[in-house]
Design a protein around this ligand. Structure first.
Ligand code: MBD
Ligand code: FE
Length: 309
């Protein structure tokens, strides 16, 4: 911190006191981080001549963000969630971990835990959305190409309006959310509908901030996954669809090479019958490759506050 006003003794004493550095109690790490944060905010206020009106506007923004439950959405939109992925990739590389696993990408704010669990296959949609039928399937393997049995493929995605069940109360419970457990062949398949892309609530605080940055708040259509299995490192990821207008213009920066799927039109009568579908549909094959876990800890997703968990 090089701001000379903040470096003055009186300000430095204030920041040490307010961050609890003079107290024998509290948490050392939390104090150090709070101290750094406060010092950076004060330096920024002075460097940019932030007015009192601007300061209180920012404080009120935090109230709005919390009131609308959009803090996690903003974290995605500011690229901070993607930054955590970039940093985790770098940590993995520095540890010379096994390569060749499916790339990770952000979880986003709209997961709901404990979706219905099925063996091998499930239908994810409740039949009320007129969206195009999607047959999504693939195999979970390890980095040697061996099928992984008893993997849980936890899938969630939006409807054709770009909305997610639970957060959108008009949808049935766990609509477009399922967990599939693989058998010895490592395979999973679901019947669902093609999702639409997501757009931030136009009247919300996240979109308000994005407007001031001259940015849009749209995501390409995508499907989220958690893939986990005993002995393997938990994977949080998503797939996108080739040809989507926002494919490489995601407001949440989640698109990555290796996570782009090619939707295929299926007209073949035999395939339609085999799948017990009514007619032509879209098919996506997407396989997952899991890396070995080095500890039991790595087998699970990170802890964060989630719906129904
Ligand atoms: C989503 O569906 C999403 O995945 C993210 C990251 C942010 C907002 C909505
Ligand atoms: Fe999403």
């Amino acid at each position: 911190m090089t701001n000379s006003f903040v470096q003055q003794d009186e300000v430095q004493a204030l920041l040490r006191e307010s961050a609890g550095l003079n107290s024998p109690e509290g948490n050392e790490r939390f104090k150090a981080i709070t101290h750094r944060l406060l010092e950076n905010i004060c330096g920024l206020i002075d460097d940019y001549n932030v007015t009192q009106e601007e300061f209180w506007h920012a404080i009120n923004y935090l109230h709005e963000l919390g009131g609308r439950q959009e803090a996690a959405l903003l974290a995605a939109g500011l690229g901070l969630e993607h930054f955590l992925d970039l940093r985790q990739d770098a940590i993995d590389a520095a540890q010379q971990r096994e390569t060749g696993g499916t790339p990770r990408t952000i979880e986003g704010p709209l997961y709901v835990a404990n979706a219905p669990l099925a063996q091998g296959h499930a239908r994810m949609d409740d039949g009320k959305d007129p969206g195009e039928t999607l047959w999504l399937h693939g195999v979970v393997t390890d980095t040697k190409g061996q099928p992984v049995a008893n993997a849980i493929v936890d899938i969630w995605h939006a409807n054709t309006l770009g909305n997610y069940s639970f957060f959108d109360q008009s949808q049935s419970e766990y609509n477009l959310r399922r967990r599939i457990q693989t058998g010895a062949d490592g395979r999973y398949s679901v019947r669902t509908i093609m999702p639409s892309g997501y757009g931030c609530p136009p009247d919300g605080p996240t979109q308000k901030l994005l407007d001031l940055l001259g940015r849009h708040g749209n995501r390409p259509a995508h499907i989220h996954f958690f893939v986990s299995a005993p002995g393997h490192k938990h994977l949080t990821s998503q797939i996108n669809f080739n040809g989507d207008e926002y494919l490489w213009d995601d407001f949440a920066f989640a698109t990555r090479d290796g996570l782009i799927a090619d939707p295929i039109k299926v007209n073949d009568e035999q395939k339609i019958r085999e799948r017990d579908l009514e007619g032509p549909h879209t098919e996506i094959r997407f396989d997952f490759t899991l890396c070995k876990a080095l500890s039991v800890d790595e087998e699970g997703r990170i802890t964060r506050s989630r719906a129904k968990e």
